[in-house]
Design a protein around this ligand. Structure first.
Ligand SMILES: Cc1ncc(COP(=O)(O)O)c(C=O)c1O
Length: 380
């Protein structure tokens, strides 16, 4: 059996509907800024409970647009080190300085206490990442810190489509939400992104920036923009993926509860607790390995002997990426929580079409291989 760490899901019914609509797009000759983009944006904003949603070419573009709106030139923006590097790169692309911060070991998301220590007069804003699909349980505290210090708050929602905290959807809490529809994500448009916000000025700025900075038309450029449009074909995909999202999240949560039950009393791995007021999107299902387990050996043996791909969130984190070590001089040990914990995290396969047999196969394989992958000189 071959089990990937993730794969996109389109039901036969949605493939049929998508194919028909793509045919319409191709025949219409209207490939950008047409009715399918408007339809996807309208359903996305309603789903998230926000005033505006603006489709763009990627989450990286979404982040850069919002950061440009807040004019971060020469200012600091705090970003958790535990994220995909695109989050902090967007700060650099927008002319600002990413200031990395440590994480809460219980959530793997930005630690509000560490954030507080990194705020200086140069700080203009914060990006919180709802990591692995978990709406950051500290997001309300982080939001209050931002308000007290006059900082903007951007939610990086690349992992957490449809996640909720206290009944509120991810992407509706901060000043803006930036979503990714990259192929591995909870929902996909192949590649693509979305900005959600209640700020009309921000949304109008995004509409201009995604299309080279247009004013009333392409002959009048009023902002320094880029080619960041979502196209009509991707918008068709997005609309149908959104329509299937609730079902998708139910299936992900069902798989997660099978994993949680299976590893509840496991000696070699523990699961992460999800607070009661949170609906997790389960982009990934992370487990924390005992310090006695050799993760590299486990990954290799699960792949080679069982055909199962395990993932990580994120190892290495941003400060240990060679490019950031070269540019900023970051070293191992500078973010003690992230440095200790992320080496021990591994993510179990997660995709909505995973069958009960596949879930059981992963559980059985891991239960067998965990005790077989102990470090020779275990530090327990
Ligand atoms: C947390 C996070 N932020 C941003 C991005 C960038 O998304 P995109 O590929 O849509 O630009 C990713 C993509 O993997 C991500 O995981």
């Amino acid at each position: 059996m071959e089990i990937p760490s993730t794969k996109p899901f389109f039901s036969d019914e949605s493939i049929k509907a998508i194919s028909g609509e793509i045919e319409q797009v191709l025949k219409s000759g209207n490939l950008i800024l047409g009715p399918y983009t408007s339809r996807f944006e309208a359903s996305f904003k309603e789903y998230c409970g926000v005033k505006r949603a603006v489709g763009v070419s990627s989450c990286t573009a979404a982040l850069e647009i919002v950061l440009r709106y807040f004019d971060v030139t020469d200012s600091d923006v705090v970003v958790p080190t535990n994220t995909f590097i695109a989050t902090s790169n967007a700060v650099l692309y927008a002319g600002g300085h990413p200031v990395l911060a440590d994480i809460n070991p219980d959530t793997l998301c930005l630690d509000p206490k560490d954030l507080q220590q990194r705020i200086t007069p140069q700080t203009k804003g914060v990006i919180v990442v709802h990591l692995a699909g978990l709406p950051c349980p500290d997001v309300n505290e982080i939001h209050s810190i931002c308000r007290e210090n006059g900082l903007f708050l951007i939610e990086d929602v690349a992992h957490a489509h449809g996640g909720t905290i206290g009944g509120r959807k991810t992407g509706s809490i901060g000043d803006a939400g930036c979503f990714s529809f990259y192929p591995t994500k909870v929902m996909t448009t192949c590649t693509g992104g979305m900005i959600t916000t209640n700020d009309d000025k921000l949304a109008n700025y995004a509409v201009s920036l995604r299309h080279h900075g247009v004013g009333s038309g392409l002959t009048q450029i009023v902002n320094l923009g880029n080619d960041w449009l979502m196209n009509e074909v991707d918008a068709v995909l997005g609309f149908h993926q959104l329509a299937a999202l609730e079902n998708n999240l139910r299936q992900r949560n069902d798989i997660a509860s099978q994993y949680s039950t299976a590893f509840e009393d496991c000696e070699w791995a523990s699961t992460f607790r999800v607070p009661a007021d949170i609906r997790h999107s389960y982009y990934k299902y992370p487990v924390l390995l005992s310090p006695a387990i050799d993760r590299q050996q486990l990954n290799q043996r699960m792949k080679k002997e069982r055909g199962i791909a395990l993932g990580s969130v994120y190892d290495p984190p941003c400060h240990l990426q060679p490019v950031y070590q070269r540019i900023f001089g970051y070293r191992d040990g500078m973010f003690p929580v992230a440095d200790n914990i992320l080496k021990r995290v591994c993510c179990l396969p997660m995709y909505p079409q995973m069958t009960a047999t596949e879930v059981k196969y992963v559980v059985d394989s891991l239960s067998t291989l965990l005790p077989a992958c102990k470090k020779e000189t275990a530090i327990v």
